[in-house]
Write a protein that binds this ligand. Structure first.
Ligand SMILES: [Zn+2]
Length: 81
């Protein structure tokens, strides 16, 4: 888990968390990169989840690539013949 710091910002900051804006209590934080929320409103959790998903997706694509190479290799073809 990566920890994300709470970064204060203004209400009209383009990176301002939408939940902070909704609460509108004078305290606004920037969203965590890769999520839609600040760390206080689930942004860190969302960003971490997306990181894990991206890593899984990467591993899957590497595996798929190796599988394709394996299927196309001549030695495998000759084994089948
Ligand atoms: Zn927030």
């Amino acid at each position: 888990m990566t920890r994300y710091p709470l970064v204060h910002c203004d209400f009209d900051d383009e990176d301002c968390c939408s939940v902070c804006r909704e609460k509108n209590n004078g305290t606004y934080y920037k969203v965590v990169e890769g999520s839609e929320f600040c760390p206080r409103h689930g942004g860190a959790k969302q960003a971490n989840k997306r990181k894990v998903e991206a890593a899984n997706q990467y591993r899957l694509s590497v595996w798929q690539h190796r599988l394709n190479e394996f299927a196309e290799s001549d030695s495998i073809k000759s084994l089948r013949a």
